[in-house]
Design a protein around this ligand. Structure first.
Ligand code: PMP
Length: 398
């Protein structure tokens, strides 16, 4: 299958131009079919019981974990299904042991989901250092070198900024973490859907991402961890090998190993099956081809917006350091107004506002936020041209 041929799999009205995939992506037909198949043909709980339906469902649920871990080359670690990236990150914050004086190094660019869980740990005496980028949203690794010390328990950064599209130098940061003995968490919500990500090559300890941003159903996310060092923040059905209330262990139960220890209760089974199908779909298209396609569109969009009077584009100008998440403003028009007009005039759907990055917006002096067009594999050059042309018309109105 090639990228041009896949458009028919995404069934939204043809006149809509969906440029909001950084928030959540569209979902292709085979993913919906796989979820319906589960609900209609083999709906049963997983990991419990011996009857034929539960055996099929359990196998597919296990296969889904294997496929997702293979997608990021994470077979050596543990792949836990969560509701979303936010839950995955919170599981790390809740699952590590924190002591007063521990440091966390993060950045001012983070999505609130990769910032608030760390800021909350200040209540436990943990110090949170937030590194600042340059005006394009890039960091030089020297600033990480300065910030990471022997007391740094964790470094937590996003692989790609959801507000500016910047790709961060995660491999370099991973080697600094190794040097100082810090854990390294990557928020991969905007990277894993768009280009090949290999957790072994990067050398991180945790990779968190969302299924719903990579053609999968909502309510699906992933926490990959290199080693099972977290204590699970929920326990209950499915997480134990034995429960002996008066037995030898302090808690009276023995947790099982692998992802089950972190997935208490009945999971989102159809979601896992749909996510697995989404990964298969991405693999069939090829992540390199998807990335190339998006880069082609991004180049065109950046060049087009750069030529329009009164339009300001944020994030790196160099295509090598970014993906197709393009933030811009038009002088004297509120970003919400621009987003509304893009929809009204041309059925172009974009996001506007602070993109859950209030500290970054404040740092950049963008109190109303930006307009954000975010591209994915199903977008076309024609849609990019339409966006450029409509932005130009709106800019001429003021
Ligand atoms: N981190 C980044 C970089 C994101 O783009 C997002 C989603 N906008 C999140 C975290 C949170 O993802 P979710 O809503 O799926 O938890």
């Amino acid at each position: 299958m090639n990228i041009e041929d896949c458009l028919a799999d995404f069934q939204i009205p043809q006149y809509l131009h969906y440029l909001d995939s950084a928030a959540t992506s569209l979902i292709p037909e085979p993913v919906i079919v796989s979820m319906n198949e589960y609900e209609r043909q083999y709906r049963a709980n997983v990991g419990r019981g011996m009857h034929r339906l539960t055996r099929v469902a359990t196998q597919r649920y296990q296969d889904a974990h294997d496929r997702v871990s293979g997608f990021i080359e994470g077979q050596e670690g543990t792949t836990v299904f969560t509701r979303n990236t936010t839950e995955a990150i919170n599981m790390v914050a809740a699952g590590l042991e924190w002591e007063p004086g521990d440091r966390i190094v993060t950045t001012v660019m983070e999505h609130h989901s990769n910032l608030l869980p760390w800021l909350r740990l200040r209540q436990k005496g943990v110090e949170v250092i937030t590194i600042r980028p340059d005006s394009e949203g890039t960091f030089d690794t020297g600033s990480f070198d300065e910030a990471i010390t022997a007391d740094t328990k964790l470094v937590a950064i996003s692989h790609v900024s959801n507000a500016l599209g910047t790709v961060q130098p995660v491999r370099e940061i991973a080697s600094l973490c190794k040097e100082y003995g810090s854990y390294f968490l990557i928020d991969g919500a905007q990277s894993v859907p768009h280009f090949p990500v290999n957790v072994q090559n990067i050398g991180c300890d945790f990779m968190c991402f969302s299924g719903h941003k990579m053609l999968g159903p909502t309510g699906t996310g992933i926490l990959w961890m290199k080693e099972e060092i977290l204590s699970p923040f929920m326990v209950g059905g499915g997480t134990v090998d034995d429960v002996d209330i008066e037995g030898g262990t302090a808690e009276g139960y023995v947790l099982t190993e692998g992802y089950r220890r972190y997935e208490a209760g009945t999971p989102h089974i159809s979601g896992a099956i749909g996510l697995s199908q989404a990964v298969k779909y991405l693999e069939n298209l090829g992540m390199d081809d998807i990335f190339r396609h998006e880069q082609k569109l991004t180049e065109r969009l950046l060049a087009g917006l750069a030529g329009i009077d009164k339009v300001n584009v944020y994030g790196p100008q160099d295509i090598k350091n970014r993906i197709g998440v393009v933030s811009f403003t038009i002088d004297r028009i509120h970003p919400h107004e621009v987003a509304y007009l893009l929809d009204e005039r041309a059925s172009i759907l974009v996001r506007s506002g602070d993109h859950c990055c209030i500290p970054l917006m404040r740092y950049l002096g963008l109190e109303n936020g930006t307009v954000r067009a975010s591209l994915y594999l199903y977008n076309t050059l024609e849609e990019v041209d339409l966006l450029i042309q409509t932005v130009e018309e709106i800019a001429r109105m003021v």
